[in-house]
Design a binder for this molecule. Structure first.
Ligand SMILES: [Mg+2]
Length: 386
């Protein structure tokens, strides 16, 4: 699979117009993901299981190593994977039983009324979650008010489900996350709105609501900018996360080398498929930075559970500090949708025919495929009548 990836990405003529950036990289990722999906189906395994059953040699041969050997060599990756071999079976059993830890973004979108934020937060607590993310950046006073509403609910034991005890905020899994008295963690996400000095000042102003990290504080390509923000926020106990717009493994390499981030947020469709994701998982494990994939869009949750399982079982060997994004949105369009257990954790996909879990229902494609789907044709007809 590594050779297939190299064949697609290293053609000298093609490199004039990408890949490694822009829409051509995303398109290359779609092809790479489709090949992986077919590979897994042909072996009658969900994708994660195909990869964790690889030998360390097979896994290394499947990853994209071009341009990253200054951060990790194939030999180093191999040695690391061999070290993790012994515990693989046990970890697979553990995650099948417990599920993979998740967090919710659904409660804290900008533009929701305070009542809606409060209601959605209570629902998320009742569903077993203990990591919560809200959007910030439009107005600091407004952000503070909404964050205080969220904290007042997640820190209050009365809202916890009867059968789930409060987590111990001093537990190792919550170290450095600014967990409140019930072990709840708040994260904030700015979606790239600030310049570097502005990001620092704005986020300092949110210190009292104790976020674990600020996500995407500035331009996603600005590696040294992220490093400066992280350095400035460190005395305030706030970390930095990014990656949903980091468009190739070299951006992640530099973010790690520059000690610019506390959390690696890979995107399954922006990187050029599973092969490139594997190389980022390997680098993150070497640098000891947890991977918490981005999944705020249609079908992304279906993909990323596979990647986090690969990370836990075969690569980093740990899930205790990781949380995988979950958005309860549009899963009904997928043949094998992901699911969450009552402890707010992803269930492990087990259908031997689901591959990478990304097949959409034929009816959804017939309705929404641009521009000939019935939804768009109908919208056109309504427009011309108006
Ligand atoms: Mg985000």
């Amino acid at each position: 699979m590594g050779k297939t990836w190299e064949y697609m990405m290293a053609d000298p003529q093609l490199r004039w117009i990408g890949p490694e950036k822009g829409v051509i990289h995303i398109a290359s990722g779609a092809v790479n993901n489709a090949v992986w999906d077919m590979y897994a189906r042909s072996r009658r395994k969900p994708l994660w299981k195909l990869v964790v059953d690889f030998t360390p040699e097979e896994l290394v041969a499947s990853a994209a190593f071009r341009y990253i050997s200054d951060a990790i060599t194939k030999e180093e990756a191999l040695a690391m994977l061999k070290e993790r071999e012994a515990g693989k079976k046990e970890r697979e059993e553990k995650v099948r039983e417990l599920g993979y830890p998740a967090y919710v973004t659904s409660a804290g979108w900008l533009g929701y009324t305070d009542e809606k934020v409060a209601r959605l937060t209570k629902e998320a607590v009742a569903a077993g979650f203990n990591h919560f993310k809200m959007k910030v950046g439009a107005d600091q006073a407004n952000d503070l008010r909404r964050a205080k509403i969220i904290r007042s609910i997640i820190d209050d034991p009365q809202y916890l489900p009867a059968d789930i005890p409060a987590r111990d905020p001093s537990a190792e899994a919550l170290r450095g996350k600014n967990a409140g008295p019930t072990g709840a963690v708040l994260m904030i996400d700015a979606n790239q709105v600030w310049d570097v000095p502005q990001a620092i000042e704005y986020v300092k102003g949110l210190e009292e609501v104790k976020p674990w990290f600020i996500e995407e504080p500035t331009a996603p390509d600005d590696i040294l900018g992220h490093a400066a923000i992280r350095k400035a926020l460190k005395p305030h106990g706030i970390g930095v996360a990014t990656g949903e717009h980091a468009h190739n493994r070299m951006v992640f390499k530099q973010l790690l080398q520059a000690e610019a981030i506390d959390v690696v947020q890979i995107d399954s469709c922006r990187l050029a498929g599973v092969s490139e994701v594997l190389s980022v998982l390997l680098m993150a494990a070497k640098f000891g930075v947890p991977v918490c994939p981005h999944a705020g869009g249609v079908g992304l949750c279906e993909y990323v559970i596979h990647l986090s399982l690969i990370d836990y079982i075969a690569v980093s060997g740990t899930m205790e500090r990781n949380v995988l994004e979950f958005v309860d949105h549009l899963h009904e369009h997928f043949v094998t949708p992901c699911s969450i257990n009552k402890h707010g954790r992803y269930n492990v996909p087990t259908n031997p025919d689901e591959g990478y879990s990304i097949e959409m229902h034929k009816a959804s494609i017939a309705e929404f495929e641009w521009p000939h789907g019935s939804y768009w044709v109908g919208a056109q007809a309504a427009k011309s009548q108006a």
